[in-house]
Design a protein around this ligand. Structure first.
Ligand SMILES: NC(=O)c1ccc[n+]([C@@H]2O[C@H](COP(=O)([O-])OP(=O)(O)OC[C@H]3O[C@@H](n4cnc5c(N)ncnc54)[C@H](O)[C@@H]3O)[C@@H](O)[C@H]2O)c1
Length: 351
């Protein structure tokens, strides 16, 4: 099988991680990288890859089969259009876009040009998340009734040197980070019926929130809460507890709790709680804990292998543009709820 030819557009925080991963993966060849910022040419040099400042020039001269789009979300539709017009399949970083209209435009362009889109909700490729999905959807903890998620950590001050991260339309932890939690909730618990959220920027005073609480109901009848803050000293986040990204200090704690009529799952330590004797249940009886064995894998590498298969046409994308649009719609509903102080039903239907 010949390697898939890939390009990367956008070499910031995420694009520079993609370079490392693509360059060390056998199933693909990195043929070119592109960023508006000429200073990033040195990063390309270090990896021995041709550097371009114009997307069209890079695509026309290197002719990749697929491209990874790691520009800020507001630029995804424009960068995807450049790829789609040339029949280049795309792995688009999450969120798929900054508005549902832009996300739907991406889905439409993909259809019109016959290009395939995988949205970079990479956590779905993590075996731990897949195992949590399987526990919940197989009924192993009975009927899922309530979920609690924590995403609490401290972003370093220098993270905010990049202006778009501090302002609308695409800055702030709801769109950048909690869209992951919302996507995992959709994946494990089904479609969201309604969100009601509060958000504050008490710590930093930016236009975008630093702390939020989100209350969620699902079409299934289950409920969930997410408490999130990027300005606190706390170990309970997906990043810190899964150890997925070596950049983060790793702690053996849990950050998500799935609870059902027959048991509960604490993630990512994968602790399953239940009553040993089903006929003896109730708060007076002892519960037992077992730990699910789950093999670890780097989700960005698993995602890249999947993207290569998607480019080859060997399998459909795990998260396509419309799926990504639904997770984006959930995040936008959270922001709308914060600004209107009302419950909102996420929707991708044009108003
Ligand atoms: N999967 C994850 O866990 C994860 C983590 C962080 C960021 N992201 C996502 O990745 C994307 C990028 O985020 P980031 O923090 O790396 O941003 P960043 O600001 O660090 O990098 C974006 C880069 O894109 C470049 N760029 C912008 N428009 C361009 C264009 N038209 N042509 C070429 N280059 C262009 C910028 O110059 C910049 O270097 C966002 O969608 C973000 O939500 C995903």
């Amino acid at each position: 099988m010949s390697p898939v030819k890939l390009a990367i557009i956008g070499l910031g925080l995420m694009g520079s991680r993609h370079i490392e991963i693509v360059n060390s993966f056998d199933g693909c060849d990195l043929v070119g990288v592109c960023d508006l910022d000429s200073d990033l040419g040195s990063l390309a040099d270090r990896h021995g890859v041709p550097f371009f400042q114009k997307i069209g020039e890079m695509l026309d001269s290197t002719r990749p089969d697929g491209a990874i789009l790691a520009t800020q979300s507001a630029a995804h539709v424009e960068t995807f259009e450049a790829c789609a017009r040339r029949g280049v399949h795309a792995l688009i970083e999450k969120p798929v876009a900054d508005t549902t209209q832009a996300a739907l435009r991406i889905a439409e362009l993909a259809d019109l040009t016959n290009t395939r889109v995988l949205v970079g909700h990479h956590r779905r490729h993590n075996p731990l998340v897949k195992a949590a999905h399987d526990v919940v959807t197989s009924g192993q903890i009975g009927n899922l009734l309530a979920v609690s998620m924590m995403w609490t950590l401290m972003k370093p001050d220098r993270y905010f040197d990049i202006a778009w991260r501090t302002v609308r339309p695409d800055g702030g932890p709801v769109l950048i980070n909690l869209v992951h939690e919302l996507d995992i909730l959709r994946y494990t618990c089904g479609e969201i019926d309604q969100v009601f959220a509060q958000g504050r920027s008490k710590a930093r005073g930016f236009e975008v929130e630093d702390s939020v609480s989100i209350s969620i109901t699902f079409r299934s009848g289950a409920v969930a809460t997410i408490v999130g803050s990027d300005a606190v000293t706390a170990p309970w986040s997906y990043e810190a507890t899964t150890g997925e990204n070596p950049l983060y200090f790793n702690v053996p704690e849990n950050c998500y709790y799935f609870t059902g009529t027959e048991g509960a799952l604490a993630f990512p330590q994968m602790e399953l709680w239940s009553y040993p004797d089903r006929d003896r249940h109730g708060w007076q009886h002892p519960m037992e804990k077992s730990v699910l064995p789950v093999s670890r894998a780097d989700s960005l590498t698993v995602q890249l292998a999947h993207f290569c298969d998607v480019v080859r046409g060997a399998r459909p994308p795990l998260v396509d543009a419309l799926d990504g649009a639904r997770s984006l719609a959930a995040a936008l509903a959270v922001l709308e709820s914060i600004s209107t102080n009302k419950p909102i039903t996420p929707s991708i239907d044009p108003a």
